[in-house]
Design a protein around this ligand. Sequence first.
Ligand code: NAP
Length: 247
Amino acid sequence: MAPVLIVTGGSRGIGAATARLGAERGYAVCVNYLTAAREADALVAGIARAGGRAMAVRADVSVEADVLALFDAADRMGRLAGLVNNAGVLERQGTLLDMDAARLSRIMATNVVGPMLCAREAVRRMSTRLGGHGGAIVNVSSVAARTGSPGEYVDYAASKGALDTFTRGLAAEVARDAVRVNAVRPGFIHTGIHARGGEPGRIDRLAPSIPLGRGGTPEEVARAILWLLSPEASYSTGAIVDVAGGR
Ligand code: NAP
């Protein structure tokens, strides 16, 4: 039976590219989404047409009951081997002066609490100490964790900083239990997230400051994620891999 991979926020962007590549590499993919049911269903159908196996599951990663239901659904597909904590949000660009407590809580709930809840459920299933067979977790952080995103979204950047710290801590905590935990830090990747921040042309504006001179594609990030999930990365844990064109 194919090993199971859960990709949170798999309906669009980097998550969709990761789900597609994961299926190509032989995983049965559990594609989590929040609102984009049509996109998630189309992705699952495309994977099936290509001879792979996938299932779409709606769940809000910031809601504990939803996370439990997501993992229960994935359990029905087979043995969980990988988790990609990809779901993430940002809100309109601005300064800290524009941000109220409700916004800060929304950002932290999806970008920090969500990945931590999902990682907990993955460790419960994968840890050899708990009877599992081991596995790998990849957290999708951001170069924003390094830059802080001043004037754009310091809240989002701080949430990704927390995810980096969580990656380091959990990696050490479960290393002896055959669970590897790593992160990728994408830079400026062509997805719809920039429009949601209020600036669809953000990558074009910033391209001159990127050493490689262009934004990246979701597929370029997905390849790094799939490498970290694979046995090729067997001696990497607690690593944070920048996929950011040199930024
Ligand atoms: P995107 O195109 O906006 O896709 C975001 C995905 O997250 C969607 O599938 C969305 O689901 C899902 N999602 C949002 N909130 C969720 C929740 N509470 N529960 C479950 N799923 C939820 O974004 P992207 O650019 O591909 O970003 C993916 C990850 O990469 C994020 O963590 C982001 O911070 C990170 N990243 C992106 C860039 C970039 O330049 N694009 C750079 C650095 C880091 P629905 O569509 O179903 O609502």
